[in-house]
Design a protein around this ligand. Structure first.
Ligand code: ADP
Length: 158
């Protein structure tokens, strides 16, 4: 059976922290679906098409990493695509507490899906998409925090 993982998030925009976790997980799974969760009530900084384009460009060299968009419960999306694993990154103890409750509830909702956590690389611990959006809003240079291919797309869209 194929080992399929879903890595869910907003990716508004994708960061070097996301990229690092996904690349380190490539040897563990046959397929990783980087899944953009869409909330119709919430307008993102980048539209979902641009976010998906950034994810696709970042992993153009990784055939086992694909991108997708979903709305609704993440575990329902996992069932739909036949994923047995939910992959998440852990930066801090605050992430752990947040992820612990979601992971435990997801396990109660769907017993056949395991949540797998990967610790962030130390240099990516302070990184999140909202800091990058703030830098961009104020005209700053965030290239060092974003995958190279995604940065090129950001420049075309700001
Ligand atoms: P959310 O949509 O829950 O805000 P994000 O889109 O920010 O999530 O991130 C998706 C996943 O990537 C989460 O598991 C999150 O913990 C992880 N992640 C976010 N930033 C980093 C980082 N700098 N290093 C490692 N993992 C990260």
């Amino acid at each position: 059976m194929e080992r399929i993982a879903v890595f869910p998030g907003s990716f508004d925009p994708i960061t070097c922290g996301h990229e690092s976790v996904i690349r380190r997980a490539v040897p563990l799974f046959d397929k990783i679906i980087v899944a953009l969760g869409v909330n119709s009530q919430k307008q993102g900084y980048f539209d979902s098409e641009t976010r998906l384009k950034m994810i696709g460009a970042t992993f153009a060299d990784c055939p086992s990493v694909i991108s997708a968009q979903y709305s609704g419960l993440t575990v329902d999306f996992c069932q739909e695509v036949g994923a047995q694993y939910l992959l998440r990154g852990l930066r801090t103890s605050a992430d752990f507490e947040f992820e612990r409750s979601i992971g435990q509830i997801n396990k109660q909702l769907t017993t056949n899906i395991e949540t797998i956590f990967m610790l962030t690389q130390p240099e990516h611990t302070p990184l999140n998409s909202s800091i990058i959006r703030d830098i961009l809003k104020h005209g700053g240079d965030a290239h060092q925090f974003v995958p190279h291919a995604a940065w090129q797309i950001i420049q075309e869209n700001i």
